[in-house]
Ligand binder design. Structure first.
Ligand code: SAM
Length: 218
């Protein structure tokens, strides 16, 4: 019984469903991850003219923060998430940005993103998402492909908490958050100037880890 519940929660952490459990997980993302999304946006140093992509946007808190930066400029925010339920929820949150043409939320998978054109985004960010990418090289090559030369990608997380969630068995059937898996894919897929920042969040006191990586100018 307990392992069934753990597996069901794990399944919803990976891909939230339109169920009571999915709604509970979504509320948890807002409460426990919202401020991490804001840190990722801060570290991206988004400018009003930037083309920005978030992968695995969940309830849309990071997209909302990024939209607030570009709404007065020429920039746009794209979001890709493979949970229909998260696309539905975030679409409600981003109603204004979508209707004024600055935000586009797409149901899709990081491993084969719905962007025919390469070299598009100045900034890419994702939070609590790479854990669920079974083919890390495929996902990373896609991220590298759609990023503009000189673009920056940021991920941020509370790694202590993520490791705790892993130890409780929630990732057993759905993913692997091991940091080295992410770092070695960055390297093998051509990202450069990889920087790991460790810092305490000013308000919550949580120890956060952020990883920044760049696509070469040439
Ligand atoms: C744990 S949630 C994190 C949501 C939000 N970023 C946060 O930190 O609260 C993971 C999100 O990534 C999405 N996701 C997982 N794997 C994905 C993939 N392969 N392609 C696109 N989205 C994915 C899920 O649907 C979900 O919305």
């Amino acid at each position: 019984m307990k392992s069934k519940l753990i597996n069901a929660i794990g399944r919803n952490l990976r891909k939230p469903e339109a169920t009571l459990l999915g709604r509970f997980v979504k509320k948890n993302f807002e409460k426990k991850n919202g401020f991490i999304e804001l840190e990722a946006v801060r570290l991206c140093d988004i400018q009003p003219n930037h083309q920005v992509l978030e992968v695995g946007f969940g309830p849309g808190i990071g997209v909302q923060a990024a939209y607030n930066i570009v709404k007065g400029g020429e920039g746009t925010i794209h979001g890709v998430d493979f949970s229909e339920e998260m696309v539905r929820i975030a679409t409600k949150r981003l109603e204004k940005g979508i209707s004024d043409g600055k935000v586009k939320l797409i149901h899709g998978d990081v491993s084969s993103m719905p962007f025919l054109q390469s070299n598009t985004f100045n900034r890419i960010f994702h939070c609590n998402c790479y854990y669920f990418w079974p083919d890390m090289s495929k996902a990373m090559n896609e991220l590298h492909r759609v990023m503009k030369p000189g673009g920056v990608m940021v991920t941020a997380m509370n790694y202590e908490r993520v490791k705790h969630i892993q130890a409780e068995g929630f990732f057993a059937k759905v993913g692997d958050p091991t940091l080295d898996r992410y770092l070695s894919a960055l390297d093998s897929c051509g990202f450069i100037e990889v920087e790991t920042k460790k810092f305490k969040h000013e308000k919550t006191g949580d120890n956060l880890v952020a990883i920044l990586a760049k696509k070469s100018e040439i």
